[in-house]
Ligand binder design. Sequence first.
Ligand code: KIV
Length: 277
Amino acid sequence: MSATSISRALTPPDIRARKGGTPIASLTAYTTPIARIVDRHCDLILVGDSVGMVLHGLPSTVGVTLDMMIMHGRAVHRGAERALVVVDLPFGSYEESLEQAFRSAARVMAETGCGAVKLEGGDSMAETIRFLTRRGIPVMAHVGLTPQAVNAFGGYKVQGRGASADQILQDAKAVSEAGAFSVVLEKVTEPLARSITEAVAIPTIGIGASPACDGQILVIDDVLGIFTDFRPKFVKRYAELGRDAEAAIAAYAEEVRARSFPGPEHVFGESAKSKRG
Ligand code: KIV
């Protein structure tokens, strides 16, 4: 089944036009009910491959598949009316060749109904970004800490300290010149994120970067306090739903064991049974 509806939502050119304007509020989402809420408040919803860690219990994003991204992309698209929905291309689905990248991105666009894809990498991915954008696939880039390369980085380390700053600036310029409509800057030093934002023509979306970026993004489960396995410094929790869920589930289990749930208001009498089956 494909979801090829024309989007009524904000488009990649709309997001591109926000360079230097009102900051672009973005969050990840992976399910329809959360997408509906995010859509009412944010400009851009990313179906991030972080889904592998926060929803599927994987140790990193490396094990996430194209089918997983398509399933969550469809769910999010169903819940979004106004925000631009961007779906991550997972590790291994675009690096091999330009043709492989096109096939994966085209599947994601056609089967989810999303408005753009995101891929990780700077200079080394510029040719791929050019190839996709020239063929009608809007691309959001992602430089700095690129979690799909966690094994090469040797951990989730801050990027852009010392000599590597020049390379990251170069990466951001390369993806902008290749036609990306925006670029995520993840876990780079604040001064570097600020200079990149001044240097590139496209909006920068920061995560652990700088308030000077053209927009911000966080992982929804971090914001809501649901994902608590680890908490990077850049995460601000706006709710403690994990703690609330723990208390609710403990109360439920206790009431079941005490036979105080279900109460009389939760069970059906004869007449109700015959009406509602
Ligand atoms: O997968 C993801 O959630 C991301 C954001 C952290 C930018 O790429």
